[in-house]
Design a protein around this ligand. Structure first.
Ligand code: 13P
Length: 257
């Protein structure tokens, strides 16, 4: 897999104005990067329309942080795939651990969203990850396999080619997160690749497997060095564009020069 996916989930941090300023600068950085790096940003819903205008005609892909699976209906506070399509969204992040933890999303819900995103021509970015108790009880692989099997249930080989998977161990994410050991990440990604190939004989090799959780300037090269890590999904380190720019340039130098 030659392309490396690098992107950031802004979570609930940037206003529309802050998002626009960030994106204007990121466009310049993007122009300097090789086309082997697939760059994406995932702003808040309120900023999507304005940021779409900024990234139109650029190589930066635009994502949403969540969506409902129904096309329309009485679901107060939700955003439907039709609404995201109207904006021209490329990808939809589904099943982030914060959605699972605070809003009780489960793998079956995520599966409905994955199917719906595909139906509307958007790439699902499916987040999976084990909790610390599960890791300590040595059942990470079982948990992750179950998450993949339920979240991607019923997909055809063609569908699977549109999917991205992000492995984000719950215990490694956010302010209280502990950065994962890179060998552990490598082992998990190899296992995830085997599981995907078992599920999708043809396309299993093509599904980009991103790593996320406390990715920072000190550790990102160790993660990306593993064969089955095909990208990085970055939170805090990318919210400051200066740091993200350093990461992108160093990554490019490491991989392609
Ligand atoms: P942090 O990089 O801030 O740990 O967040 C990662 C993440 O949740 C990406 O979706």
């Amino acid at each position: 897999m030659s392309k490396i996916w690098v992107g950031t989930n802004w979570k609930m941090t940037k206003t529309i104005g802050e998002g626009i300023s960030y994106t204007k600068e990121l466009k310049q950085v993007a122009n300097e990067l090789t086309s082997n790096i697939e760059l994406f940003i995932i702003p808040s819903f309120t900023a999507l329309v304005d940021i779409k205008k900024e990234v139109a005609e650029t190589r930066i892909k635009l994502g949403a942080q969540n969506m409902h699976w129904e096309d329309k209906g009485a679901y107060t506070g939700e955003i439907s795939p039709r609404m995201l399509n109207e904006i021209g969204i490329d990808l939809v992040e589904l099943g982030h651990s914060e959605r699972r933890q605070y809003y009780n999303e489960n793998d079956s819900d995520i599966n409905k969203k994955v199917v719906s995103a595909l139906k509307h021509g958007m790439k699902p970015l499916v987040c999976i990850g084990e909790e610390i108790e599960q890791k300590n009880n040595f059942i990470s692989f079982e948990i992750l396999a179950a998450q993949l099997k339920v979240c991607l249930k019923g997909l055809s080989e063609e569908d699977a080619k549109q999917v991205l998977v992000a492995y984000e161990p719950v215990w490694a994410i956010g302010e209280k997160g502990i950065p994962a050991d890179s060998n552990y990440v490598g082992e998990v990604h190899t296992f995830l690749r085997h599981t995907l190939v078992e599920m999708f004989l043809e396309s299993g090799y093509e599904i980009p497997l991103l790593y996320g959780g406390s990715v920072n300037l000190d550790n990102f090269l160790k993660y990306i060095n593993h064969q089955d890590v095909n990208g990085l999904f970055v939170g805090r380190t990318a919210w400051d564009l200066e740091t993200f720019t350093v990461l992108l340039h160093e990554l490019e130098k490491h991989l392609y020069s």
